[in-house]
Design a protein around this ligand. Structure first.
Ligand SMILES: [Zn+2]
Length: 274
């Protein structure tokens, strides 16, 4: 299999180990590269936060190392409270202009919200399912709508890269522009995480509704000779269902979920640890 995700042997770095490879921000929106970057994309989508809110006064946020998690629960001494979706921990630094983060990406957001609603509603059933049936979520339009979901995740990944101090690959920009409907050097896979599921169940036993939004710590692969980033990996989870995104410079023909009507749901341990 030519898929870069499965055959990658590179060394991945995290946090300060990537410092030497960061670039200085131009202050412009990374997508149009012309208007000032004035708006902040949500790390955790506002609709996901809203649906977790329910009757709670606040959500709880915690991190271990670079791990970022939001739980709709109480009773964790070391976690901090989030009192609104505009909280700093829920958003990336400003990196997009108003038009790109609004009108230009509105259809991506809408298709993502439909996807996310389905995941929240059917989470327990999805645990047992081996795949998603996109036509059940989007009907006859599944192909174009799932492509928009992929563009939502590509935008999320781009914001995460800029937030971490890196440039957005041109391929991502072309994908978002609609110049291509296949982002060859970025792989997106859907997975389920048994560890998070176990945690949710354990918390439930002691009366804590640990619904949970989770972002896996981002990691980068680098070229020491060219002094630049050559790979980037992260994951976004709704409860225990996640999408992993994985960019690899020069990779071809990634077999991502949006190419399939019934994309497989991998178990987390089937994917590389990073
Ligand atoms: Zn823009």
């Amino acid at each position: 299999m030519s898929d870069p995700l499965w055959s990658d042997r590179s060394t991945w770095l995290r946090g300060d180990d990537l410092k030497a490879y960061r670039v200085t921000s131009s202050g412009l929106c990374w997508w149009c590269q012309s208007a000032p970057a004035t708006t902040r994309e949500h790390k955790f989508k506002r609709t996901d936060l809203d649906q977790m809110w329910g009757d709670s006064k606040y959500l709880l946020w915690g991190s271990s190392g670079d791990d970022r998690t939001i739980w709709d629960s109480e009773g964790f001494g070391r976690l901090s409270q989030i009192r609104g979706p505009k909280s700093d921990v829920a958003r990336f630094k400003p990196s997009m202009c108003l038009t790109c983060n609004g009108k230009r990406s509105q259809s991506f957001d809408e298709s993502y919200v439909t996807f996310s609603r389905h995941v929240w509603q059917h989470m327990d059933r999805l645990w047992k399912a081996g795949y998603f049936d996109m036509s059940k979520i989007y009907g006859n339009e599944w192909q174009s709508r799932v492509l928009e979901v992929a563009r939502y995740f590509a935008k999320h990944c781009a914001c995460s890269m800029v937030d971490a101090g890196f440039e957005v690959p041109q391929s991502v920009i072309k994908f978002l522009d609609g110049e291509t409907s296949r982002l060859e050097d970025m792989h997106f896979v859907i997975f389920k995480d048994p560890q998070i599921r176990r945690y949710r169940r354990r918390m439930k036993e002691i009366g804590v509704a640990a619904g949970g939004l989770h972002i896996e710590p981002a990691a980068g692969a680098v070229s020491k000779s060219r002094k630049c980033l050559t790979g980037y990996s992260c994951a976004y989870l709704l409860g225990f269902i996640g999408v992993k995104y994985y960019w690899r410079e020069g990779a071809r023909a990634s077999d991502s979920f949006y190419l399939h009507q019934k994309p497989r749901i991998y178990r987390r341990e089937e994917l590389p640890p990073i």
